[in-house]
Design a protein around this ligand. Structure first.
Ligand SMILES: Cc1cc2nc3c(=O)[nH]c(=O)nc-3n(C[C@H](O)[C@H](O)[C@H](O)COP(=O)(O)OP(=O)(O)OC[C@H]3O[C@@H](n4cnc5c(N)ncnc54)[C@H](O)[C@@H]3O)c2cc1C
Length: 471
């Protein structure tokens, strides 16, 4: 484990005997599904993961996870959680070539156009590609007793008890043989199918009401490309990042990864189209306050074709607010909440949700879905509020801006400006972004005094302070 963070629920659980569940089915074998399968394997006799993709034996991107071709930054809290779920995982990734990164001194962050003072923070990240991370986790899950993974198989619907009150399994279709539809019995089905989740449709077909949804039209477009890393790139730094801010909606990040690679991801906000050719990408990066990323794009050797992905909106589904929901069914990961990737929360949140599931099942399987959705709602509040308040800094994003949010955003602008000179402010900001400290930490008197150069501000927002995004 690389870090300590707040709320170590996973290690504090009491070890109780196995649950009454004999078979669990998990829809989707990506990060959310794999973490769920890992914790279920301890309390359920058999766990079957089903994925519609052919799951590669090599660390390469795949169709069902198109975001895998873009930079995936695991928050320090997420590394912590993944190491708890899969002991030794980060060490294994380091051995595979992923550089360890002090997230304040090794990556040069430009927030609101100011370079965050690069001082050692002790907050350590990993330069690991998304395909390698997923492969390393999948290899461990595959090796767990009682776990099997069926790929090239698409879940097409839910089986239920005659009264529709309990999910009793799932229908699945072999993707290369339309005649081969199977019915898979399960005591528990977990939807980890990502943003394309079919749960809203399936529940509707079963006569359940739709979960209330919160949407934020972030309108972000990403273009990414890996390059061969050479010592002179980024002036020798491991990474460089430019976060967008009101008045400058372009962002970008370049970070070293395993295999002597530099992954470059550019991001526009508000609908600006991005070019995928070298000249267009470099012109875009020319608008950053430093020239290093543009220089990489112009001069480094590309290792694959550029990938473009649109991310129209963040979505949070509030299943905890439904009065009726079938027993034996849960939703996890991006299928539950997908937030603007610029805040890099998705994998961390998925791992934390799996840890929550572990704790709840060990406490008992009674009322599992209301307890799980109440727990995930509480878990998601802070990261979701960071997404909302961060996005609402941009005038084009629609949403209610309360006076408290506006005041907090103004304070944080001053904070980021001050953090260009004050390494302590920088470290605390990095800790909050990486979910190692609560956002309210940034408003505490000792830090407010450093920001204001005077007495501390009187109001401490609990969870609406806005954040800085990575790209
Ligand atoms: C451009 C981009 C960049 C991102 N960057 C970051 C980052 O830096 N840091 C971070 O933490 N997160 C990032 N994310 C979010 C991250 O990718 C997800 O949060 C993470 O993958 C967890 O998602 P998941 O496992 O819930 O779903 P997904 O990763 O979307 O996986 C869903 C899986 O379900 C399978 N599937 C779907 N439907 C079916 C079906 N009917 N039957 C069987 N299988 C099915 C798919 O094949 C896939 O394997 C980014 C997202 C995007 C779009």
């Amino acid at each position: 484990m690389i870090h300590e963070g707040y709320r170590h629920d996973f290690q504090e659980v009491s070890m109780s005997p196995v649950s009454p569940y004999r078979h669990a089915t998990v829809i989707g074998a990506s990060i959310g599904g794999l973490c769920a399968a890992r914790v279920l394997s301890e309390v359920v006799e058999r766990v079957t993961l089903i994925d519609r993709d052919r799951l590669p034996a090599e660390p390469v991107a795949r169709a069902g996870v198109p975001q895998g071709r873009h930079l995936h930054y695991v928050l320090a809290r997420g590394i912590n959680a993944l190491d708890e779920l899969f002991p030794g995982l980060s060490d294994e990734l380091i051995v595979a070539g992923a550089p360890t990164i002090d997230l304040q001194s090794d990556i040069h962050w430009h927030f609101d156009g100011h370079l965050l003072r690069p001082e050692p923070s002790g907050v350590i990240g990993l330069g690991v590609s998304r395909p390698l991370l997923e492969l390393a986790i999948r290899s461990r899950v595959e090796a767990l007793p009682g776990v099997s993974i069926t790929d090239r198989c698409e879940v097409t619907g839910l089986m239920t008890s005659p009264d529709g009150l309990r999910v009793t399994g799932a229908y699945a279709q072999n993707r290369f043989d339309e005649a081969a539809e199977s019915a898979i019995d399960a005591d528990l089905v977990v939807d980890a199918a990502g943003r394309g989740t079919r749960t809203p449709v399936w529940l509707g077909e079963l006569g359940y009401a739709s979960a209330p949804e919160e949407r934020l039209h972030s309108q972000v477009i990403f273009v990414s490309r890996p390059y061969r890393r050479e010592p002179h790139h980024l002036a020798g730094h491991i990474g460089e990042a430019f976060s967008p801010y009101p008045g400058h909606q372009r962002g970008g990040i370049a970070v070293a990864q395993e295999g002597d690679r530099l992954m470059v991801t550019l991001a526009s906000r508000g609908g600006e189209e991005l070019q995928t050719d070298t000249a267009g990408m470099a012109d875009f990066a020319d608008s950053f306050s430093g020239a290093n990323v543009a220089q990489v794009i112009r001069t480094a050797t590309p290792l694959s074709r550029p990938a473009l992905m649109r991310y129209p909106s963040s979505v949070r589904r509030r299943y905890e607010q439904l009065s009726r929901f079938p027993d034996g069914y849960l939703v996890i990961g991006d299928a539950l909440c997908s937030s603007n990737p610029q805040y890099a929360q998705g994998m961390t949140v998925a791992a934390l949700e799996a840890q929550l599931l572990s704790r709840l099942i060990r406490e008992g399987t009674h009322d599992l879905h209301p307890r799980f959705f109440a727990g995930t709602a509480a878990l998601l509040d802070t990261p979701w509020d960071l997404t909302v308040s961060g996005d609402l800094r941009f005038p084009y994003v629609e949403g209610e801006r309360t006076r408290a949010m506006v005041a907090a955003a103004e304070y944080l602008e001053r904070y980021r400006r001050a953090a260009a000179k004050d390494g302590v402010l920088g470290t605390e900001l990095i800790r909050v972004i990486n979910m190692l400290a609560e956002p309210s930490r940034l408003f505490e008197p000792d830090l407010a005094k450093r920001v204001n150069g005077g007495p501390a501000i009187s109001t401490v927002p609990v969870s609406r302070p806005g954040s800085s995004d990575a790209t």
